[in-house]
Design a binder for this molecule. Structure first.
Ligand code: M6R
Length: 361
């Protein structure tokens, strides 16, 4: 049942305010400015002994994991990174007893992620899951975890589950942060930010008509470049994957800082760039990148907190707390990918060559 929408993707994009509300519900503790995560199975004493966090997932879940690692480093100050699960399992990884491993999966059935979990368990590691489907294989094999509560996601490309997974990571990071060194004031600030998310997502959804017009303008492109820095880079990766999957337009994502180390050679009028530019410490650096692109007559679509003078078009996104900005900045680009694919007449819910869950190697 598409509930009045033409595609599941559109329905699932539109459901995000409610979905985010669900991942937050019942978990926030205002008294201690923290978060309770029932199924984590990690007590405070154990949480204090974690020296590193390694996040594993595939595709969109890997991208959510990259943002998750950033959130954990920012809020809990625990060194964290993310890696594609399939790469991890085939490189005979060094499994360290002081590292907490986190497997991320919408379906909970992705074979490469499951196999990585099993390899880790065999080596005695502690593995948690950040999973959407309750009772799925990965949920069962992990020692505990956080359910993402995005609800059923039918479209092959992930949208609402990405947003909810990143929000679940924000909850986990806040929880770990408050056990360690995050102050009550910062905890409170992030909690207030989390509560603003559903309303702000609603505001972004209201811009659909304008985003649709932009998508039509760029739909002829043979290729597109996506750039961002630090918090913006995983958003660029995810937006470029979304565009590739459903529109079949070639897209690349780069840290904006890497442009001059190579990809700048590609910039010309026929290669548009989508630039993710939050209003954070890197704003000026990002603007400098736009100038570099303009100097080569590249077209620019910015996703930013304020109109960007150097850009040809800007999608303005509401501002939250800096740590949570990446959650919001991905959403207009889901809508952008959707309308680009629609303009090109693609089968949005069933993109060629792809399956919803990849349960084979
Ligand atoms: O179910 P999972 O989250 O484990 O799936 C992982 C990837 O296969 C999945 O995210 C894939 O990249 C999607 N098609 C993204 O839209």
């Amino acid at each position: 049942d598409m509930g009045g929408h033409d595609t599941y993707m559109h329905k699932e994009i539109s459901e995000q305010p409610d979905a985010v509300d669900r991942v937050l519900r019942g978990r926030i503790d205002d008294r201690f400015s923290t978060v309770h995560l029932g199924g984590l199975n990690l007590d405070a004493r154990e949480a204090r002994t974690i020296r590193r966090i390694k996040i594993l997932g595939c595709g969109t879940s890997y991208h959510a994991g990259l943002i998750g690692a950033g959130l954990i480093e920012e809020l809990a100050r625990i060194p964290a990174d993310a890696e594609p699960a399939s790469e991890f399992r085939y490189r005979n990884p060094v499994v360290d007893p002081d590292t907490l491993y986190i497997a991320v999966s919408q379906s909970g059935e992705t074979y490469d992620v499951l196999a990585a979990v099993q390899e880790l368990k065999r080596k005695g590691a502690r593995v948690l899951g950040v999973v959407n489907v309750v009772g799925s294989a990965i949920a069962r094999e992990t020692d505990g975890g956080v359910y993402v509560h995005a609800g059923p996601e039918v479209c092959v490309v992930s949208t609402k589950c990405f947003t909810n997974t990143v929000t679940a990571f924000a909850l986990l990071a806040l929880h770990l942060g408050r056990i360690r060194d995050l102050s009550v004031a910062d905890g409170k600030r992030v909690i207030e930010g989390l509560r603003r998310l559903p309303g702000q997502i609603q505001e972004i959804l209201k811009q659909e008509d304008e985003i649709k017009k932009l998508a039509k303008r760029y739909a002829d492109a043979k290729s597109m470049m996506f750039i961002g820095r630090v918090r913006g880079y995983p958003v660029a990766l995810e937006a470029s994957l979304k565009l590739k999957e459903i529109s079949y337009i070639h897209a690349e994502a780069y840290p904006a800082s890497e442009l001059k180390h190579g990809p700048l050679a590609l910039i010309e009028p026929s290669l548009p760039t989508v630039a993710i530019i939050p209003d954070d410490d890197l704003l000026e650096k990002n603007r400098a990148a736009l100038e570099e692109i303009k100097a080569r007559s590249g077209q620019i679509l910015a996703v930013a907190h304020q109109e960007q003078e150097k850009a040809d078009h800007t999608i303005v996104v509401p501002k939250n707390e800096p740590e949570l900005d990446s959650i919001l900045m991905g959403i207009p680009l889901q809508i952008f990918a959707y309308h680009t694919a629609l303009a090109l007449g693609r089968d949005i819910d069933k993109p060629r060559n792809l399956a919803k869950s990849v349960t084979v190697e």
